[in-house]
Design a protein around this ligand. Structure first.
Ligand SMILES: *[C@@H]1O[C@H](CO)[C@@H](O)[C@H](O)[C@H]1NC(C)=O
Ligand SMILES: *[C@@H]1O[C@H](CO)[C@@H](O)[C@H](O)[C@H]1NC(C)=O
Ligand SMILES: *[C@@H]1O[C@H](CO)[C@@H](O)[C@H](O)[C@H]1NC(C)=O
Ligand SMILES: *[C@@H]1O[C@H](CO)[C@@H](O)[C@H](O)[C@H]1NC(C)=O
Ligand SMILES: *[C@@H]1O[C@H](CO)[C@@H](O)[C@H](O)[C@H]1NC(C)=O
Ligand SMILES: *[C@@H]1O[C@H](CO)[C@@H](O)[C@H](O)[C@H]1NC(C)=O
Length: 369
């Protein structure tokens, strides 16, 4: 009996290190939770020997510069992969191609400069959520990404986070092959306009986050893009929105579709200065009286003009008053000036007569000789 117990204990002791050894160095594995984590362990590569049971893999806060082809081979059941904050600069083709069950891919806080075509291709993939927040660090990366998104089949993608990437423009049609997209997060970029076709194909979009960008207003193609997303709730706060007359049409549009912009009531004017921080909708209503449609009279410009007129009028009044106070001095000055002029004119007349007399002229010429 004791021998049996001893044997079991021994077997247990023998077995435990074997179980631990199944986890890559510097990582933690939990078979119960189907999870492996390697958090801030200064890893330079994705470790080999990831347990096949892993469904949730977190390799974050390391120094991994690239993800090679088929790095995650044989992990058919993996659903969540976070590679956040690793300084990744390059995704090779087929980087995630073995992950047929992957639902969430988090690549946030990296420095992606090169995304090879088919880097995001997952044959038969079911990817629902792709997080590229603060992940793109080169202007070329957005072009690479646009090409990948158009080419690779991410037909099940529901949420795409592209916030905090400093994006100044979005390639036309870059989301056109993402028919299932519901949430598109573009907050904290540098977008000021939306080209025709930017959001084409996003028929089911439910949320579009454009907060903290560089939009002054939405008109023309930009407004057309928003109108083309009839079901989407728009988030537009913290843009440098203008409340001048040229932006009035946008305010009216917003007012007419209040349900659309979830934060319409909280939108504030950034310019003109006298309307700064007032509500866009209220300023739009007030401007409605002052702006005449089609004529482009700018309420924002009228106020400084009135001010300038008042200042000029005041200066004129002060000038006349000073003249009045000095009327005696001025009279004396006028007399002095008149006398001076008279003297000068007389001298001039005298010289004219002398010069015009040919005899005198000849005398002076011969005298010179
Ligand atoms: C993957 O999941 C399926 C069904 O849930 C299971 O039968 C299979 O054993 C899992 N594969 C691995 C390698 O754990
Ligand atoms: C994407 O990742 C960032 C940083 O890790 C996080 O704050 C954000 O909520 C994530 N986006 C989504 C849609 O979950
Ligand atoms: C906005 O994005 C920049 C990077 O482009 C980042 O440094 C900053 O922390 C972000 N701001 C917020 C409030 O997320
Ligand atoms: C946008 O492009 C479509 C064709 O792709 C065209 O029908 C439409 O008139 C364009 N809209 C604007 C505002 O240019
Ligand atoms: C803008 O208005 C909000 C309240 O509507 C206030 O909290 C904030 O301090 C104001 N900012 C400036 C710069 O006036
Ligand atoms: C805003 O809409 C309301 C009705 O929803 C309307 O009464 C009001 O006149 C509108 N204001 C402007 C400036 O269009």
């Amino acid at each position: 009996m004791i021998g049996l117990l001893f044997g079991l204990t021994f077997c247990g002791l023998l077995f435990t290190p074997v179980m631990l050894a199944a986890c890559p160095a510097r990582c933690e594995c939990s078979e119960a939770a189907l999870t492996m984590k390697c958090v801030s362990k200064d890893l330079r590569h994705i470790p080999t020997g990831i347990p096949r049971y892993t469904r949730n893999l977190f390799i974050t806060g390391n120094h991994i510069s690239r993800i090679g082809s088929e790095t995650f081979r044989g992990l058919d059941n993996m659903t969540t992969l976070s590679l956040s904050n690793n300084g990744i600069t390059e995704l090779e083709s087929q980087a995630f191609s073995g992950l047929h069950s992957l639902l969430l891919l988090d690549l946030s806080s990296n420095r992606l400069a090169v995304i090879h075509p088919e880097a995001l291709a997952i044959p038969g993939g079911a990817l629902r959520e792709l997080n590229l927040s603060r992940a793109l660090r080169a202007p070329s990366a957005i072009a690479d990404l646009a090409r990948s998104l158009r080419r690779d089949t991410l037909g099940a993608l529901c949420a795409l986070d592209l916030s905090g990437n400093g994006l100044g423009a979005l390639p036309s049609g870059m989301f056109s092959r993402l028919p299932a997209l519901r949430r598109l997060l573009l907050a904290n970029n540098s977008l000021a306009t939306l080209k025709n076709g930017t959001f084409s194909g996003l028929e089911h979009l439910e949320e579009l986050d454009l907060t903290r960008n560089a939009f002054r207003t939405f008109q023309g193609e930009s407004l057309g893009e928003l109108e083309g997303l009839p079901q989407a709730r728009l988030l537009l706060a913290q843009n440098p929105l203008s409340c001048s007359c040229s932006a009035w049409a946008f305010a009216r549009w917003l007012n007419g579709s209040r349900g659309r912009a979830g934060d319409a009531d909280r939108l504030a004017c950034a310019s003109p200065p006298e309307l700064r921080n007032s509500s866009l909708l209220e300023a739009g209503t007030a401007a409605g009286g002052g702006c005449r449609t089609g004529e482009g009279i700018d309420l924002a410009l009228q106020t400084p003009h009135v001010f300038l007129g008042l200042v000029l009028g005041f200066v004129g009044v002060v000038f006349l008053f000073v003249l009045y106070l000095n009327r005696k001095g001025i009279k004396r000055w006028m007399f002095d000036t008149r006398d001076a002029c008279r003297e000068a004119l007389e001298g001039y007349h005298y010289r004219m007569e002398v010069d015009s007399d040919p005899r005198l002229a000849r005398v002076s010429t011969t005298a010179d000789l």
